[in-house]
Design a protein around this ligand. Sequence first.
Ligand code: 5GP
Length: 115
Amino acid sequence: MEEKTLFQKIADGEIPSKIIYRDELCFAIYDINPQAPKHILLVPLKPIKRLSEATAPEDAEILAHMMITVPKIARQEGLTDGFRVVINNGLIAGETVPHMHIHILGGRPMHWPPG
Ligand code: 5GP
């Protein structure tokens, strides 16, 4: 059996982190190193390594569900003015945890292009 990912350990309570949202497919936590006043990570319970390794049709329901859940969490967190959604896929994009997750950032103006 593959070793648990960091986020699986958090989901299982083996690494402490406040779970701010949880359902049957995904959960959300605050990022430990926030890049905005609100920086949330939405993580699938299934340890899909990265977006480019998600497969159809198996993972389609999970990914669609997560996208629909993003605005729900943004509302819950008071991000009424807007928010940014980021997925870092691969080292060159800044991926550091190989368990796919969606960053939800808000609470300050965002710039474009991103760094
Ligand atoms: P990535 O760089 O893979 O797109 O995103 C991984 C994110 O996980 C980073 O923003 C990093 O700050 C966050 N992170 C790393 N370790 C922990 C942890 O133990 N707890 C929490 N809450 N976030 C973490």
